[in-house]
Design a protein around this ligand. Structure first.
Ligand code: AMP
Ligand code: MG
Length: 333
């Protein structure tokens, strides 16, 4: 007899949840695991997160251990609403209120001075904390049921490509997680936009699907973190220039046709022809491209391509998040 969505097998790790109606025993069980100090992977609108109770230092330690993530790399804390987020910040400036009102729930992370109750393990010893209220219905249902702040980096081994499906999580961290909520492929596909509001002037630390222009329209000019590969030291822990990388070497495709090895992969968005064996084509607009990017990189890794040629994407502001991830994937440092 098959089990329905309402009767998950307690021995099963990957539990399907209906993203349109995410309630019932699967969410309750996941919330119980989080409250008990365990690890639950769950979909957010950006990528799958590896969640643990943000207030439980041991549970947070399990995140770092599972990912092989250095303890100097802070985690984003996920909350059900802006009020719960503000409670973890020592200050809540007007800029935070404006951005939260406009973009939460959604793919925006705000950096603010942390309240003393936030463990140092979460913030990698920094005096600031990263806060986000995600929009994905499964993430929201889980946060509501768990009633705790949930620290959650992307659910992949350190430095690897972020997961956009439950299968990606299972492949990378299957042994380390207690449960994976499978809500299908994530709709945005790249990590949240990160804005630092803790300094004198707001700063864009990581571009994402919420664009710099949309943020500046609300709170004025954003200072820039140095571009990827600029050779400057990272502006904050966790901003390493090599990140989001597949196992393959990633090389930008030049205008002139390169001499391409037979078993190479290629990631294209135009109809340009390339003599690679594994050619994957993504949509020629930024939302569709972002949504498909990580699944394409996972797929090219699965096919064991030693090198992946990436067709450069356009220069416009709408492509900033995608350009950033491609630059990091291509950075060999
Ligand atoms: P991930 O959870 O893998 O999407 O990465 C989280 C990112 O958020 C880190 O790589 C940092 O860039 C950023 N972050 C988290 N906390 C802070 C903080 N307190 N200050 C600055 N950046 C942060
Ligand atoms: Mg990550």
């Amino acid at each position: 007899m098959g089990r329905g969505l309402d009767a998950p097998d307690p021995a099963m790790k990957v539990i399907p949840v209906d993203a349109a109606h995410p309630r019932g025993p699967a969410i309750e069980r996941a919330a119980g695991i989080l409250r008990g100090g365990g690890l639950v992977a769950f979909p957010t609108e950006t990528v799958y997160g590896l969640g643990a109770d943000a207030m439980d230092v041991k549970a947070v330690g399990r995140i770092f251990a599972a990912k092989g993530r250095p303890p100097t790399n802070p985690l984003i804390v996920h909350l059900h609403d802006a009020e719960a987020a503000a409670a973890l910040a020592r200050e809540w400036p007007t800029t935070a209120a404006l951005l939260a009102e406009r973009f939460w729930p959604g793919p925006l992370t705000l950096i603010l001075p942390k309240s003393p109750e936030v463990p140092n393990a979460v913030t990698a010893g920094l005096s600031t904390v990263a806060l986000r209220v995600p929009a994905h219905p499964v993430a929201r249902a889980l946060l509501q049921a768990a009633e705790i702040p949930v620290a959650a980096p992307s659910a992949n081994p350190y430095m690897a490509v972020s997961p956009t499906t439950a299968a990606h999580v299972m492949e990378g961290l299957g042994d380390a997680v207690d449960m994976i909520l499978d809500g299908g492929p994530t709709p945005v596909g790249i990590e949240s936009t990160v804005v630092d509001l803790s300094g004198k002037r707001p700063r864009l630390l990581r571009p994402g699907s919420i664009s710099r222009g949309e943020i500046e329209a609300l709170i004025g000019p954003l200072e820039m973190a140095p571009p990827v590969g600029a050779g400057a030291p990272s502006p904050s822990p966790g901003m390493s220039r090599r990140h989001y990388s597949p196992r393959a070497r990633v090389v930008f495709l030049a205008k002139a046709s390169p001499a391409i090895s037979e078993d190479a992969g290629a990631l294209m968005h135009s109809d340009r022809r390339v003599p690679a064996r594994h050619v994957l084509r993504l949509p020629g607009e930024p939302e569709g491209y972002a949504r498909g990017l990580y699944a394409a990189l996972h797929e090219l890794d699965r096919r064991a391509c030693p090198v992946v040629y990436v067709e450069p994407v356009p220069d416009g502001p709408a492509w900033e998040g995608v350009r950033d991830r491609l630059a990091r994937a291509a950075n060999q440092e």
